[in-house]
Ligand binder design. Structure first.
Ligand code: NAD
Ligand code: MN
Length: 493
């Protein structure tokens, strides 16, 4: 399907309501935002932009829904609604995937995978509704027990790289534990979330339990982060905005905060790898999937000196085989970057890398295609530890490849970063795999693979990559507060 056809299909079939989804109704905002198809640079449609007034309405709706029944709803009821929502997501997988591709530019096949993930996440967390157990503790003759209670109104502020997946990472754990939620989508990618909002209503959730608003970060996002009745913010995005959100929380009601921020993840290839082709396959996937726009991207590849030349040769060949182009085309590996601004930012890093004296080994140029924001997958070699392309997150299809001598040397280099989101190690030696995994300062370590993120395994960052964990049972701690009840059993028998 070409871009013109898909645009027409969007208008006729998807029928996305572009209002703010508050209290199960689509309502008007303060003004509008145009959302752009990054594969053509053309406007798809306009959505509403929430001002602080509408943020307030949404938070009040969530507050009322929390106290009006969701907090005390039965686990079975919550689970049943969540499974119904997952059914609807599965029913509409194609519409949702097409919208995601149109709005974000990711290849359709990958968008379909994202939507299936969304239903997996909902079902996984639905299973926890009736498993939120506390403990019984005998405290010196008093009976104590703990209750895991919801926090209240949760706010979620999400990015554009995995729009609907980032939404569900927050919505699913929040509602299974009995919280209500207000989600603010990225201004760049509002469409899949709005389609999802209609499914929330269809599934039968009470008004106000799940609210989804579109709008700008410094207006709608900031109002949510400062709202006195918003009890928690779960944020995914850049480090700087993460800081702003902590500050907003500190200056308002000290709301609880979880942050999933940036990364500069190392990917280490030892010369004892059993299959170099597999290491090459995973390394390429680890940086160039989603056009490199991944917080956990393996953007620093360290190859042991004996196999460096061979690795680079094979890596280059595989990278060159991937088609950059229309995301609706089945043969496309890499779609466009999210926006003109973001593409320019990535290109500026390519200039910086060259000026700093690194070798732009492969790529480095913009690809002119149909007005979209495409660029070549780019590989830098001859890099030094203090170069900006080694230290800063580029968030695009740009990787640096370095040489290392031995384990001690590579651990030092790998940990020489302010980030700590993820890391990978390739080796056939189990002792080395475990030793290096233990030494790496990162929230996720992948051995002989990259980028494996699942609903039942925790995800989050060390150091400046974030605070708290999402996914898995660990995520529940960020959506509940513990109450300790103590009962005096000192009856006079
Ligand atoms: P961003 O920080 O610019 O925006 C993220 C969200 O915050 C958007 O919804 C935006 O509208 C909102 N926002 C912006 N300013 C705000 C403010 N002052 N107050 C409240 N909200 C505000 O990030 P982005 O460009 O959308 O996404 C890219 C970044 O996200 C990268 O740095 C990447 O590493 C990070 N990221 C991290 C993860 C993770 O799980 N750790 C996942 C995806 C992306
Ligand atoms: Mn868009």
């Amino acid at each position: 399907m070409n871009m013109t056809t898909s645009f027409a299909l969007f208008l006729y079939f998807y029928l996305v309501n572009t209002g703010l989804f508050i209290n199960n109704e689509f309502v008007a905002g303060n003004n509008t935002i145009e959302t752009i198809n990054p594969a053509t640079g053309k406007v798809i449609t306009s959505v509403q932009a929430a001002g602080s007034q509408q943020v307030n309405t949404a938070v009040e709706a969530a507050h009322k829904a929390f106290h009006g029944g969701w907090k005390t709803s039965t686990p079975r009821n919550r689970a049943r609604l969540m499974h119904k929502l997952a059914d609807l997501v599965e029913r509409d997988v194609n519409d949702l995937a097409h919208l995601e591709t149109l709005d974000n530019g990711k290849p359709l096949r990958n968008a379909q995978r994202d939507i299936i993930d969304v239903s997996n996440y909902i079902r996984y967390f639905a299973g926890f509704c009736d498993k939120l157990h506390g403990k019984v503790i005998d405290t010196q003759g008093k009976l104590s027990y703990t209750v895991h209670e919801p926090i209240g109104v949760c706010g979620a502020i999400i990015p554009w790289n995995f729009p609907i997946v980032m939404l569900i990472w927050k919505v699913a754990p929040a509602i299974c534990t009995g919280n209500t939620i207000v989600v603010k989508t990225s201004e760049m990618t509002p469409l899949s979330a709005l389609k999802f909002a209609a499914l929330v209503k269809e599934a039968g959730f009470a008004p106000g339990v799940i609210n989804i608003i579109t709008g700008y970060g410094h207006i709608a996002g900031d109002s949510l982060a400062r709202h006195m009745k918003c009890d928690k913010i779960a944020f995914t995005g850049s480090v700087n905005v993460g800081r702003a959100i902590m500050k907003a929380a500190a200056e308002s009601n000290l709301k609880k905060i979880t942050l999933e921020l940036g990364g500069k993840s190392p990917n280490i290839i030892f010369d004892d790898v059993e299959n170099l082709d597999e290491a090459v396959f995973w390394s390429r996937f680890g940086i160039f999937y989603n056009a490199g726009q991944m917080c956990f991207a393996g953007s620093r590849i360290y190859v042991q000196e004996g196999i460096y030349d061979e690795f680079v040769k094979k890596f280059e060949k595989l990278v060159l085989s991937g088609k950059v182009g229309c995301p609706f085309d089945k043969s496309t590996f890499q779609g466009p970057q999210i926006s003109e601004t973001h593409l320019n930012r990535i290109m500026s890093y390519i200039d910086i890398g060259k000026k700093e004296g690194a070798t732009c080994h492969l790529g480095g140029k913009r690809v002119n295609n149909n007005g979209g924001y495409f660029m070549e997958p780019t590989v830098f070699t001859d890099v030094k530890p203090d170069m900006r392309i080694m230290r800063e997150e580029i968030f695009g299809p740009v990787v640096v490849i370095c040489k290392f001598k031995d384990t001690k040397d590579v651990i030092k280099q790998a940990n020489d970063t302010i980030f700590g989101l993820a890391a990978s190690v390739f080796t056939s030696n189990i002792t080395r795999a475990v030793t290096v995994s233990n030494a790496l300062e990162a929230g996720s370590v992948w051995v002989n693979c990259t980028s494996i993120v699942t609903e039942n395994s925790p995800f989050g960052g060390y150091k400046q990559s974030g605070i708290g964990r999402e996914n898995s049972e660990y995520a529940l701690a960020n959506y509940t507060q513990i109450k300790a009840v103590k009962i005096n059993l000192n009856s006079k028998l």
